[in-house]
Design a protein around this ligand. Structure first.
Ligand code: ADP
Length: 568
């Protein structure tokens, strides 16, 4: 909805519309009845008078038809006090002034019991009558306000749960409108929500929410009021020459427009329309203001949730595209890569001059590319929950030997010394052999990469009791994804250590995250994707294990991974 420039007549909420109080005068003395009626009409009240108390009783039965009852205490058929009693039953806030010949203690007692506001003793000055009526009406106003506020309190209390029960903006709008119509009792209600569009020039639009079966239609003056409320950020009482809304042969010119705010920002506008005077009273405005407050916060939540959901869907789509891309790219890259590796190996094996060394370099680089592709494919499987675990009988000595063998050319090239501590005669355990190899290979490859030439690296294997594991983990400074921790489980713990550059303490917490690499200055000479350790952790965790690290910058690192020691 775009801003409408049509002009209506509006006023700020401070300038409250006042309805003329209606008074019922009852006195069996005709002269007295006329005098009071004339005096009060002269004071601009709307007055209905009667000398028949029973007729008065009839009139009082319609709730809200009078603001004040002025009655003589002594009348045939029914006394003024009884009339007051009935009037209060119908409307607990009605103001009552009783005229008495003389005020006896008994009358006063009865009057207090019936909650009569004021007495006026005959004969009285007319000014006294006006004063008594004014005072009683003022008290009524206060009483009404406090009753209304109590109702609002209750409304808010019960509405909070309802309003916050949904994060769907349309549904929330319907709840707010329903509450406004029921609690404020207006003829028509419209809710506008503010929509921001971010572009070169930031623009706002107002979206309209109406109840599904609503036949009222917002008119130009109505939407213009909404725009003005949005622009000024204040509530407006409208008594316009142009209709705000209409349906078939009916139109509404009066209304109350309230901004719905959240964190100081106008997030919506509640426009209530009613031709009657009641809605524009202060109490009704307070009620709307309170409702608006709550609605504003809920509307914003719904909006943020909507945005979140949209972003989430976009991310899911991106994630799907990424997965698809990795699947296609890895498949397309693997085939030519195996050809490169195959022919390079052939050249290497058939040559004995310097061509042999060149071919070896080609092989190493191609293997590196293959490792990166493997990393990406492994992560894709982990993300998609497509990791299938095989239950192999693993001999730890064989696994360590295979992993080391694959990396021995680089170990030699850097002249690193390698220490292996694998206890003899370890009972084989059940795990996914290829995944254990991948984890171990990643850790050894890092140890080689981050240890300067002539340094030391090593692999230590041990079986830990549950107790040892609990104690070890209590001392780690880095959070560990713990899959299980009980005293009954035994663990096979494989440690890969080095005397390399180490990792600063504050970085330890993040190095198992995907793509995370320690500050460029430390690792600049080394290549890498920052995926290796995340694969280490995730492939260990899917097997019910854990991975963690201890490191001192400048001295070296100790990477551990532990798997439940399941013997077949
Ligand atoms: P990549 O080695 O491909 O960069 P990793 O996930 O294997 O990715 O490692 C993440 C980072 O953790 C490395 O970039 C490096 O900064 C640090 N790191 C890993 N292993 C070691 C190690 N043994 N010594 C020092 N730093 C290490």
């Amino acid at each position: 909805m775009e801003p409408d420039r049509a002009v209506g007549i509006q006023q700020d909420v401070g300038d409250t519309h006042k309805a003329v109080p209606r008074i019922l005068v009852v006195d069996d003395e005709k002269y007295m009845c006329d005098l009071c009626t004339r005096t009060l009409r002269h004071a601009s009240y709307e007055v209905v008078s009667t000398t028949d108390a029973l007729f008065a009783l009839q009139k009082l039965k319609a709730r809200g038809s009078f603001d004040l009852l002025l009655a003589d205490i002594k009348m045939p058929m029914i006394s003024g006090l009884d009339l007051a009693h009935h009037a209060r039953e119908v409307d607990p806030a009605i103001a009552i002034v009783i005229m008495t010949g003389h005020t006896s203690t008994e009358h006063l007692r009865q009057a207090v019991q019936r909650g009569v506001a004021d007495f006026i003793s005959k004969p009285f000055e007319l000014a006294e009558l006006r004063l008594a009526v004014d005072r009683a009406l003022h008290k009524r106003q206060l009483l009404q306000d406090s009753l209304r506020l109590r109702a609002v309190e209750q409304l808010l209390f019960s509405s909070e749960a309802i309003i916050n029960s949904t994060l769907d903006r349309q549904q929330l709008g319907h709840i707010i409108l329903q509450m406004a119509l029921e609690q404020i009792g207006c003829q028509a209600a419209f809710l506008f929500f503010v929509e921001h569009s971010y572009g070169i020039d930031q623009q706002h639009t107002l979206g309209l929410i109406q109840l599904p079966d609503d036949r009222w239609q917002i008119l130009a003056a109505g939407s213009q009021v909404a725009w003005r409320t949005f622009a000024e950020g204040t509530a407006l009482v409208i008594d316009s020459e142009q209709a705000l809304c209409g349906q078939e042969d009916m139109q509404i010119n009066r209304g109350l427009s309230m901004p719905l705010r959240s964190q100081g920002e106008v997030v919506g506008i509640l426009l209530l329309c009613d031709n009657g005077p009641d809605m524009l009273r202060l109490g009704a405005q307070e009620m709307v203001a309170l409702l608006a407050n709550q609605a504003g916060a809920a509307l914003r939540n719904a909006h943020l949730y909507g945005q979140l959901e949209e972003t989430f869907q976009r991310l899911q789509e991106l994630d799907r595209l990424k997965s698809e891309f990795i699947a296609i790219a890895s498949h397309e890259l693997r085939t030519p890569l195996s050809i490169v590796l195959g022919y390079a190996a052939m050249v290497r094996d058939k040559s004995d001059d310097e061509r042999r060394e060149y071919a070896q370099r080609v092989i190493e680089s191609a293997q590196r590319i293959r490792d990166i592709i493997d990393d990406m494919v492994n992560l894709r499987h982990l993300d998609a929950g497509e990791v299938s675990l095989s239950r192999d009988i693993c001999v730890v000595q064989d696994i360590v030997t295979r992993a080391v063998k694959r990396l021995s050319p680089t170990i030699h090239k850097k002249n690193l010394s390698l220490s292996l501590h694998v206890p003899d005669g370890l009972v084989p355990f059940v795990a996914d052999r290829e995944k254990v190899l991948l984890v171990l290979g990643n850790l050894i490859s890092n140890a080689i990469k981050f240890t300067p030439e002539n340094g030391k690296i090593g692999i230590t294997v041990a079986i830990w009791s549950g107790q040892q594991m609990v104690e070890a983990l209590q001392h780690t400074t880095v959070p560990v994804t713990i899959t299980r921790l009980d005293y009954a489980t035994e663990w096979i713990v494989i440690e890969v250590w080095d005397t390399g550059i180490g990792i600063p303490q504050h970085e330890l917490i993040r190095i198992f995250e995907r793509f995370y690499q320690v500050a460029a200055s430390l690792t600049r000479q080394q290549g890498g994707t920052g995926l290796g350790l995340s694969i280490v952790r995730e492939l260990t965790v899917v097997q019910g294990g854990m991975a963690w690290v201890e490191s001192v910058q400048g001295e070296g690192s100790r990477f551990f991974f532990a798997l439940p020691y399941l013997v077949p």
